[in-house]
Design a protein around this ligand. Structure first.
Ligand code: ADP
Length: 254
């Protein structure tokens, strides 16, 4: 019974023990409530693609629809979505439980930024946005986990590509005091100001139908924020609907 509380006593030692037990019980209850909430959210997210897949399979089995390339494409798309969800959920649950191992070392991020620009340039379509780099080749060392930093930048660049159909995506880096700021700016669809406070919430997507179409899971930014904070940094967003978005985070300089 997690909600058990010890009555406080007249004996000071017992009183302190009782108070500290009550604090532990309250903190366990918090963990338990968050765990239940996470499982509830996950179940909800997994159910949607499963329902679609099952619906098609039943209709195919009953002969209500004819097997066609289109049906198989839709089944593949939903299955891929499930796969992405399961992968993201695994990361998310590790992050929420505080089990993401992190290896912080003095790092020069320049080679990473260069390789990301190269990798993402290859993904952009002919008539889509261009990718620009605005960072000096001499970057001061930061205290960071290089793989986790890459994960955050891949997520931000991936979002920029996904939500931008023309204009430019710009990867920037600059120093300010004891911080190195990294920014991914885009000229894409943008985010309404009323939605901005929600973007880092798990499973949040701007517009359900649109993002179901784009295949997003609404988990990437939640994980990114956690990864930045684990490295002692902070992530921020600035955006205007129809104009574009800027996601930036800082890492501490050595
Ligand atoms: P996902 O992109 O997988 O849905 P994220 O957590 O990365 O999940 O993003 C959450 C939501 O925030 C997205 O579904 C989208 O609505 C919005 N969003 C994120 N990045 C951008 C961006 N660069 N431009 C416009 N909207 C964005």
């Amino acid at each position: 019974q997690l909600s058990a509380r010890l009555p406080l006593s007249d004996i000071p030692e017992l009183n302190r023990l009782g108070a500290s037990f009550n604090r532990m019980a309250a903190s366990l209850e918090g963990v338990e409530a968050r765990r239940r909430e996470l499982i509830g959210d996950m179940t909800h997210e997994l159910r949607t693609p499963l329902t679609v897949v099952r619906g098609y399979l039943e209709e195919l089995a009953e002969g209500e629809i004819e097997p066609s390339a289109e049906i198989y494409q839709r089944l593949t798309k939903e299955t891929k979505r499930l796969e992405r969800l399961v992968n993201d959920l695994q990361e998310l649950s590790k992050a929420e439980a505080g089990y993401l191992p992190i290896n912080i070392q003095p790092m020069n991020l320049y080679p990473l930024l260069e390789s990301l620009v190269e990798k993402f340039s290859d993904q952009l379509l002919e008539d889509g946005p261009v990718l620009r780099s605005e960072f000096p080749s001499q970057l001061p060392l930061v205290l960071a986990d290089i793989d986790r930093t890459e994960q955050v930048l891949v997520n931000l660049l991936g979002n920029a590509v996904r939500y931008t159909s023309k204009g430019a995506i710009t990867l920037r880096a600059w120093t300010e005091g004891s911080k190195l700021w990294l920014e991914v700016a885009d000229t894409g669809i943008g985010i309404a100001s009323k939605d901005l406070p929600n973007v880092f919430e798990r499973f949040w997507r701007a517009d359900q139908s649109r993002d179901r179409h784009s295949g997003g899971t609404g988990i990437g930014l939640t994980i990114s924020r956690r990864l930045v904070e684990l490295q002692g940094g902070q992530i921020q967003v600035e955006s205007e609907l129809g104009v574009g978005s800027k996601f930036r985070f800082f890492l501490p300089l050595v």
